[in-house]
Design a protein around this ligand. Structure first.
Ligand SMILES: C[S@@+](CC[C@H](N)C(=O)[O-])C[C@H]1O[C@@H](n2cnc3c(N)ncnc32)[C@H](O)[C@@H]1O
Length: 499
């Protein structure tokens, strides 16, 4: 049988072209593929395999016997966008756009990679660094099952909210938000005694009083609703907090605002956002019913074992781990974390320093890691340990305070990732694959620039934990979202390991 396929009307990155070809080869191993510009001809495919066309990630339409069909990806990607406007690949469809999360990966790559790994039906996927839940939302879209873990409570809340919101009663929420906005607008805030508690004291420092009283009023109203509605609405407020706070919104760290506040009043901006998200959810709900019970996130430090998961239960692991010297995930969201009651203001730094790849140390930890590094007690590959030693020995007084810590931070990062490889190995089925997307690191020490080939070193560390390296595939011009151009990572690598 012969079918014709069309590519999406936007330009594909090099790695997307590669993933498209691999998807076709994996799904139709006997097929004869020819790709000319936007058209693909697929010959010699079995009638029984036609169902697979619907689930291809990088295919826009497929034509069988002159009849044109949209793939599920096309339906999702274009569900709430006028396709004439969509000159670039959409990434905020369905619930994906629900809350900003720095360093999130794009939804297409998740399903594209799962597809080339042969993940089908109701297979079970683990994402040990799930962040804002891109992996699990994609699994819910395609009928797969998934569990995500993350050490950041904000990430877990965003993930679970994105998943549960796929089943939201949007009509009810539309009516509710109208009433809620009206009610807080006309309400005197009862502030008795509240300024005394640490939370309010901190929030008053970072959020203008009038805005704070509005969002506190809203929060109280949300909490009288079901947990899924309440979380959805809290997330929509949280997503606006930085924009309306005394923090400089464009800054990942917490610096005082220098740019002007937005012109749109907070309540108006919030309502606009809620309606926009509800539109996207409704459009996705029209496509299919999503499995919102077998996809979820758990608050967990992946270094601490995986006993709460069943041994050998997962078919595949897919993740984008933190970088060595990663983004300040906690610092960026600290106002939201405090507002949501997920972390008290005096525990922020401790939480930030506990993340893998963090640039922060708790004072006592630094001395401990210096010792570990000197003795290589974590048994990292000797070439890696020597490289880190070279960086350490190359430090001069000209390297600032933060730079001085880089070699030890790298040692800690790779040691932590080794623990992660040990822990995740146990829960994967024999023969199962582990896909990681990660990029290099660059650092200048003693005036000399060093490129740390993080993907290579991670694969070497994984080998020590028993994994087999299948492949390291460079993803040309792939860029994670939300990184500003100065520190954006131009290209990443897809590491594929096998148990
Ligand atoms: C690159 S982000 C993942 C982004 C995610 N793929 C998305 O699309 O939103 C890496 C995540 O690793 C998490 N993380 C760092 N250390 C961790 C640990 N020890 N256990 C679990 N998660 C951790 C961070 O909180 C962060 O959310």
């Amino acid at each position: 049988m012969k079918v014709e396929l069309l590519k999406f009307p936007y330009k594909y990155m090099e790695y997307e072209k590669e993933l498209l070809e691999r998807e076709l080869k994996c799904n139709f191993p006997e097929g004869i593929i020819s790709i000319v510009k936007n058209k693909i001809t697929l010959e010699n495919i079995d009638d029984n395999d036609l169902d697979k066309l619907y689930n291809l990630t990088y295919v826009y339409k497929y034509i069988i016997n002159g009849q044109e069909h949209n793939t599920l990806q096309t339906k999702l990607e274009y569900s709430n966008t006028n396709k004439e406007e969509l000159k670039r690949q959409g990434t905020r469809y369905s619930t994906h756009g629900l809350h900003e999360y720095k360093g999130k990966y794009n939804p297409q790559i998740v399903h594209g990679v799962l597809d080339i790994l042969g993940v089908k039906g109701d297979a079970k996927v683990l994402d040990p660094f799930c962040g804002s839940g891109t992996t699990m939302v994609e699994c819910a879209h395609y009928g797969l099952q998934s569990v995500g873990t993350d050490i950041n409570p904000m990430a877990v809340l965003i993930s679970n909210t994105k998943i549960k919101s796929l089943g939201l009663d949007t009509k009810y929420v539309r009516n509710f938000v109208k009433r809620a906005a009206h009610s807080v607008q006309n309400k005197e805030f009862d502030n008795d005694g509240k300024n005394d508690d640490h939370r309010m004291e901190y929030l008053l420092k970072w959020i203008p009083e009038k805005t704070l009283y509005i969002i506190e009023g809203l929060k109280e109203l949300f909490e009288a609703e079901t947990i899924d509605i309440s979380n959805f609405l809290k997330i929509t407020v949280s997503d606006l907090i930085r924009e309306y706070s005394n923090q400089e919104p464009s800054d990942l760290r917490i610096r005082k605002r220098t740019s002007p506040f937005p012109n749109t009043p907070f309540l108006e901006a919030w309502l606009n956002n809620v309606y926009k998200y509800l539109d996207a959810i409704e459009a996705a709900q029209e496509i299919r019913t999503f499995d919102i019970d077998n996809n979820y996130a758990v608050l967990h430090d992946i270094r601490n074992g995986t006993e709460f998961l069943k041994k050998g239960d997962f078919d595949v692991i897919m993740t984008s781990p933190p970088y060595a010297t990663a983004l300040p995930y906690i610092d960026t969201q600290r106002i939201s974390l405090v507002w949501l009651g997920l972390c008290s203001s005096n525990k922020i730094m401790k939480l930030e320093s506990s993340l893998i790849g963090s640039r922060e140390f708790v004072t006592t930890e630094k001395a401990k890691w210096l010792e570990e590094f000197k003795e290589n007690t974590q048994s990292l590959p000797s070439e890696l340990s020597s490289l880190i030693k070279e960086l350490y020995d190359g430090l001069t007084e000209k390297d600032g305070f933060r730079k001085q810590a880089v070699p030890i931070l790298l040692y800690r990062y790779f040691s932590d990732m080794k623990k992660m490889f040990d822990r995740t190995y146990v829960v994967l089925k024999q023969g199962g694959k582990f896909a990681l997307i990660v990029g290099n690191n660059k650092t200048t020490i003693g005036g000399k620039e060093y490129i740390i080939d993080t993907p290579y070193w991670l694969s070497k560390i994984a080998e020590i934990s028993g994994w087999n390296i299948e492949e390291l595939l460079p993803l040309q011009t792939y860029k994670r979202y939300g990184l500003n151009s100065k520190n954006s990572i131009k290209s990443e690598t897809l590491i594929i390991l096998k148990k």
